[in-house]
Design a binder for this molecule. Structure first.
Ligand code: SF4
Ligand code: SF4
Length: 149
């Protein structure tokens, strides 16, 4: 019987800690501003549940199923051999013009308007902004803030 009570007690303590962390832990916030370089429109990786797209045949199937993907063309491949993204196809949006500007800016998709959005899980998994991007992620509460509170 003691064991059951102990388990319930542990569960309640864990849940209280989880709630506390959820409510009071620091969160990532987006800072900076867009430099309008266009890099995020030509350095796009797509993924499925099996990981990043590395095979054009798979991408061609995706285009048949979801016409939205026809807006993108392969422009390279990730070459860092140590990286789990190694071999992933790099795509470019066909609406990016030669001046690195969006040719459908005022009617661009929501996803583009929302970029870069904050996805805490991706950040915790090591996702970073593109090199040279004017945006960066920061925490809303620094370590010293915890010491002062
Ligand atoms: S990479 Fe960053 S700075 Fe460049 S256009 Fe995209 S959001 Fe703006
Ligand atoms: S629609 Fe415009 S903003 Fe969106 S990826 Fe293409 S060029 Fe970039």
């Amino acid at each position: 019987m003691n064991t059951i009570f102990q388990k319930i007690k542990n569960f309640i303590q864990d849940f209280a800690l989880y709630l506390h962390n959820k409510l009071f832990s620091s969160k990532y916030v987006l800072k900076g501003k867009c430099k309008k370089c266009g890099n995020c429109c030509k350095n796009i990786l797509f993924s499925t549940k099996d990981g990043y797209i590395k095979d054009k045949k798979i991408f061609n199937k995706m285009k048949k199923k979801h016409p939205y993907y026809r807006n993108f063309t392969v422009q390279g491949i990730v070459g860092n051999k140590k990286d789990f993204q190694n071999g992933a196809l790099v795509f470019r949006c066909k609406y990016l013009n030669n001046n690195n500007k969006c040719s459908i800016y005022f009617i661009r998709p929501l996803f583009c308007r929302d970029y870069p959005n904050i996805n805490q899980d991706l950040i915790y998994n090591g996702v970073e902004m593109l090199d040279g991007c004017g945006f960066y992620f920061d925490v809303n509460k620094k370590f010293k803030d915890y010491l002062n509170s």
